[in-house]
Design a protein around this ligand. Structure first.
Ligand code: THU
Length: 160
């Protein structure tokens, strides 16, 4: 028997000054999505914005349903839009932000497990990592250079 350790590195931006303008612009674009998120049940609004390798941007926000399991996440919807509208174009960066009218979101929103798996599949299909920028309404911003940091030992096509 041997005890193994999983580690993950990420950057914690404690101020906006350590982020380049293009990242701040992408986060701002994701924040615009918060106003159009459809989240009448949870009131938890999630916005996402994607920077494609060709410079184009794609956005998404969560879309809820009275049949709760049918709710779709903001980052999931943005990724589907990228896959549908820009086939074959790599995703460089995905920014995810959240807002909760009931209480301020003061720490970065981290993608749910299902979305981590979906992001992982996009990394596989483009054979390149996707940078993640995770933000709340205020507070620190987390930067991951790949979803691998959030989803170690992930299930992928090598098992099939
Ligand atoms: N949600 C997202 O959009 N992304 C996540 O990664 C976490 C959760 C949404 C789903 C649902 O509409 C609301 O947040 C509350 O779970």
């Amino acid at each position: 028997m041997k005890k193994e350790t999983l580690t993950a590195e990420f950057i914690r931006h404690t101020s906006l000054e350590s982020l380049p303008q293009e990242d701040l612009d992408l986060i701002a674009l994701a924040k615009e999505q918060l106003d159009i998120a459809y989240a009448p049940y949870s009131n938890f609004h999630v916005g996402a914005a994607i920077a494609l390798a060709n410079g184009e941007k794609v956005t998404g926000c969560n879309q809820e349903n009275a049949s709760y399991p049918l709710c779709t996440c903001g980052e999931h919807n943005a990724l589907v839009s990228a896959g549908n509208g820009h086939p074959g174009v790599s995703i460089n960066t995905l920014a995810i932000v959240a807002r909760n009218p009931k209480q301020p979101v003061t720490q970065p929103v981290t993608p749910c497990g299902a979305c981590r798996q979906i992001i992982a599949e996009f990394e596989v299909r483009q054979d390149a990592p996707i940078r993640l920028l995770l933000s709340g309404e205020t507070g620190d911003i987390y930067e991951f250079d790949s979803v691998k940091g959030l989803l170690p030992l992930s299930f992928d096509r090598t098992f099939l």
